[in-house]
Design a binder for this molecule. Structure first.
Ligand code: GLN
Length: 257
């Protein structure tokens, strides 16, 4: 074999290796083009299971798929509890967490967040018949239901003399409210709004002000700065080329502010 041919073969294999190493953490070659994305999949409209197809759908799901397309990577969703996402990133069980996750200083010590991709906040839901809770301050001494491991749970625990019960999903928290075991649910505003719009407004209402402005970010393993950079570049591109706006309008029925 000529030297030229050998050099060419070496170059081609280098390019192939580089192309395949861009996505997840996996060392085996067939999986190297797949990004494993962890998500708590009962958080509509960000991530939830379609009743009929059983596929995972939602704003985060579409956004991550669009990022995968930009990067030439397959996306594989892994459903897990919200409080298990950061440990799963740390143990490299997943490459990315896309789960309406609020960027906080404590979490930033453990994972790398992408640039913010959604402006959120917390809000309170009560039974329509409740007249005692009209603002966040009225929650003192009340029984609160929240999702475990979330910023809502953190916030609830700081309310004086309130009793806080933590559930695996927001829907379980709503059930507790419905059953009379809680006086209020604290949860992310867009998820509360979606819940009310899907029939929840028959028995429940949003009360008071929006507490805590929060930004959602995609969380990435701290030891994978290459992937974090690629995701940020892809997000910037999607915001520029109109794809982000399209996905936003599909799920929220309005343009991003
Ligand atoms: N945004 C909230 C948090 O990060 C809740 C996220 C969720 O329940 N999926 O804590």
């Amino acid at each position: 074999m000529s030297r030229k041919l050998i050099t060419l073969i070496m170059l081609i294999s280098l390019v192939v290796t580089l192309a395949m190493s861009g996505c997840g953490q996996q060392s085996n070659q067939s999986a190297a083009k797949t990004i494993k994305v962890g998500s708590e999949t009962t958080f509509p409209p960000f991530e939830f299971q379609d009743d009929q197809t059983k596929d995972y759908v939602g704003f985060d799901v579409d956004l991550v798929k669009a990022i995968g397309k930009q990067l030439g990577c397959e996306i594989e969703f892994v459903s897990m509890g919200f409080d298990g996402l950061i440990p799963a990133l740390e143990s490299k069980q997943i490459d990315v967490a896309a789960s309406g996750m609020t960027i906080t200083p404590e979490r930033s010590e453990k994972v790398t967040f992408s640039q913010p991709y959604y402006k959120s906040g917390l809000s309170v839901i009560t039974k329509k018949t409740d007249t005692t809770i009209n603002s966040f301050n009225d929650l003192a001494g009340k029984r609160l239901a929240v999702q475990i491991g979330t910023t809502s749970a953190e916030t609830a625990k700081k309310i004086p003399t309130a009793t806080v019960r933590e559930f695996n999903s927001p829907s379980e928290a709503f059930l507790e409210l419905s059953a009379g075991g809680a006086d209020a649910v604290i949860n992310d505003l867009p998820v509360n709004e979606y819940y009310l719009s899907q029939g929840g407004n028959k028995d429940f209402k949003l009360v008071g002000e929006v507490i805590n402005a929060e930004d959602y970010g995609l969380a990435i393993n701290k030891n994978n700065p290459e992937l974090a950079e690629k995701i940020n570049t892809a997000l910037t591109e999607l915001k520029k080329n109109g794809e982000y706006d399209k996905i936003y309008e599909k799920w929220f029925g309005k343009k991003p502010q």
